[in-house]
Design a protein around this ligand. Structure first.
Ligand SMILES: Nc1ncnc2c1ncn2[C@@H]1O[C@H](COP(=O)(O)OP(=O)(O)OP(=O)(O)O)[C@@H](O)[C@H]1O
Length: 257
């Protein structure tokens, strides 16, 4: 992606955000609250509302993707996760939501769709797929819901998975389950991952990172180097926050155009 820029109501929110996610690699998009991570994810997924003006170039597998192309017409990408509760219908059993969606997306008969969903749920570490499928989303833990969303995203066999804060608001054990599931579902020979988080500890599964600060790229590089020798002050504060187990102090965005 070259130099993504986005503005709403005349206010520049993203100034210059170039980055690449190589096939089968895991890249982290890091930054404090309000730095522009979610806007970048929404732009990549085609989910920015009509109030945004977007510029720059987005290429998937070498092909230019129009910013305004509807999400459903971007077959190589899948994403979501920040709010797994609202992503799933709370009053409908999961089998009645997931199986028709997967059958439609993959043009499968009902039994084939059920088999595929079983496989995917097992892959994300949900050990009793029948119990999960017989539940409503509100009857699952936050970490279980995130993994259901991940399984659903993987049903589309995306070239690029965009995971926006998939571990935020989860307890330590649920976090580790979700991170293990992401690790299993992405990487070499599988989907590439764009992992969006302000939690550097969670982003440790990525090969490299791009750090945003007030809508701009502050620095980027291999994850090992970012952790060992952060160069930008915002990266240093994220590393420090991860080291001490604290959240970074949010940085207000005052970058008027
Ligand atoms: N719909 C919108 N209209 C106008 N401004 C917006 C809109 N959505 C986000 N913004 C602004 O864009 C900036 C970046 O927001 P974004 O949600 O991308 O931050 P973030 O890095 O994902 O933060 P967090 O970690 O808290 O989710 C913020 O200043 C925010 O107020």
């Amino acid at each position: 992606m070259t130099a993504l820029g986005a503005a709403a109501s005349g206010r520049r929110l993203l100034q210059d955000v170039p980055f690449r996610v190589e096939p089968g690699q895991r890249g982290a998009l890091l930054g404090a609250s309000g730095s522009g991570k979610t806007l970048t994810a929404l732009a990549v997924l085609g989910l920015l509302g009509p109030q945004f003006q977007v510029g720059g170039s987005l290429r998937l597998d070498g092909r230019e993707v129009p910013w305004r192309q509807a999400p459903g017409r971007r077959p190589g990408m899948a994403g979501g996760f920040q709010d797994s509760l609202s992503a799933l219908n709370p009053v409908v059993r999961l089998d009645r939501q997931l199986l028709p969606a997967v059958a439609r997306r993959r043009s499968l008969a009902a039994a084939q769709a059920r088999n595929l969903v079983h496989t995917l749920l097992a892959e994300v570490g949900l050990e009793d797929p029948d119990r999960v499928l017989g539940s409503r989303s509100v009857e699952l833990s936050g970490g279980q819901r995130q993994r259901v969303c991940l399984a659903l995203a993987m049903a589309a066999t995306p070239g690029l998975l965009v995971a926006d804060e998939p571990t935020t608001a989860l307890g330590m054990i649920s976090q580790s389950h979700v991170l293990a599931a992401l690790r299993r579902c992405t990487g070499e020979g599988r989907s590439a991952l764009l992992f969006i988080t302000h939690d550097l500890a969670a982003a440790g599964l990525c090969d490299y990172a791009v750090v945003l600060d007030q809508g701009r790229v502050a620095e980027g590089g291999p994850m090992g180097r970012i952790l060992a020798a952060p160069q930008a002050p915002v990266t240093a504060s994220l590393v420090e926050a991860a080291r001490t187990g604290q959240r970074p102090v949010p940085v207000p965005l005052d970058a008027a155009s």
